[in-house]
Design a protein around this ligand. Structure first.
Ligand SMILES: Cc1cc2nc3c(=O)[nH]c(=O)nc-3n(C[C@H](O)[C@H](O)[C@H](O)COP(=O)(O)O)c2cc1C
Length: 356
């Protein structure tokens, strides 16, 4: 029977345990979206994870989501990330980078222009800006040429990530960002080859996966999905849509699918989509996320409902989370007020438990 604390091979990578650190934006990059020494220390402290998926990282200036989010479209950003991957590897860890284009889920003040989206429909949600959380800006509809340019941005970002020493990349197709906006019909009202049928709404995801796999071996490429409503991004029939998406992704021989069950940080299951049903449609490696505890993670892996489980918030305040779960030790609660602040407080100053 598989065990949460056992070694596992995903794609072409062997991990010492099945506990993944979920990607989490922390807004600790500098004003030019470059990771610095503090970020290297933060990720290195968490190298005990079977796999770290580093936070959403923008593939282009207009793809940035949060104020001070990291990016990977220029050489200085790559140098910053290179120091992060080196620090994690020195501590014996493995780290993927999550690539994102925010689409409409951002603010004009963050990206210096109006956001872009499949359709000119604003997201009724807030985004972290230099002036705190603000309503997302009204987006403009992307033309097909713009979409082609975005696909090229993902390709370059994947190449940069690989050169910067990441062990792989995760495509962020979840949580109401651009790829998710194309998938779901609440945000995609297009009547061209990118809208309407599942085939059409899946087109951008397929194109991006293909170009990423031309830069990084497919066995080192994961995709994150979130069928539920996220950042005002929703579908009228998510069960059918995501059955299609998961089945279609099976033919790419990817490293994994990373599934947000329910609403990230909220309800842990979708009323109308059974995570277990989707999982059965995918023959590859499955990472489950959202609200897992030691007990539910162990059960999920033991019963084969997922191969691995990712933890988000617990990793913020427990850098030695794997050991604490393994030895059933107490967990520290994270301080939400420092999720997006500057500096070490609430970031690198959570200590591992002493002893043992
Ligand atoms: C501070 C914070 C930042 C997050 N940033 C990201 C992100 O960059 N990319 C992403 O896919 N999910 C992001 N999430 C969602 C987490 O990856 C995860 O899905 C969520 O926290 C639920 O898992 P948990 O219950 O183990 O925390 C973020 C969550 C938090 C709390």
């Amino acid at each position: 029977m598989p065990n949460l604390f056992d070694e596992v091979t995903i794609g072409s990578l062997t991990l010492p345990n099945r506990i993944v650190m979920a990607p989490m934006a922390r807004s600790r990059a500098d004003d030019l979206n470059r990771p610095g020494a503090l970020m290297a220390e933060y990720y290195a402290q968490r190298a005990g994870a079977g796999l770290i998926v580093a936070e959403a990282t923008a593939v282009s200036p207009i793809g940035r989501n949060y104020h001070r989010c990291p990016a990977i479209y220029d050489a200085d950003q790559m140098v910053g990330w290179g120091a992060v991957t080196e620090a994690v590897h020195r501590r014996g860890g493995r780290i993927f980078l999550q690539l994102v284009h925010a689409g409409r889920a951002t603010h004009a003040a963050t990206i210096g222009t109006a956001p872009s989206a499949p359709s000119a429909i604003a997201a009724s949600t807030k985004t972290f800006t230099a002036s705190g959380f603000q309503p997302c800006s009204q987006p403009r509809e992307l033309k097909v040429d713009d979409i082609n340019a975005i696909v090229a941005d993902f390709q370059l970002a994947a190449r940069n990530a690989w050169k910067a020493g990441f062990d792989g990349v995760e495509l962020h197709a979840a949580n109401g960002y651009l790829i998710d906006q194309f998938l779901k019909d609440g945000s995609n009202h297009r009547d061209d080859e990118y809208g309407g049928s599942f085939d059409n709404r899946f087109r951008l995801l397929a194109q991006v996966v293909k170009v990423i796999c031309s830069e990084v071996p497919a066995t080192r490429v994961g995709v994150r999905l979130a069928p539920g409503r996220a950042q005002d991004c929703f579908d009228s029939d998510p069960g059918s849509l995501f059955s299609y998406v998961v089945s279609a992704l099976a033919s790419y021989s990817l490293c994994y699918i990373h599934m947000v069950e329910g609403i990230a940080g909220g309800a842990t299951c979708n009323a109308d989509i059974e995570a277990a049903t989707l999982r059965r449609l995918y023959p590859g490696v499955w990472i489950a996320n959202n609200g897992f505890t030691r007990h539910t993670a162990q059960e999920t892996v033991r019963e084969g409902r997922a191969d691995l489980v990712s933890f988000g918030r617990p990793f913020i305040s427990n850098p030695d989370l794997v050991r604490r779960l393994r030895d059933n030790l107490e967990l520290t609660t994270p301080d939400k007020s420092t999720f997006f602040t500057e500096g070490a407080a609430g970031y690198t100053d959570y200590s591992p438990l002493q002893g043992g």
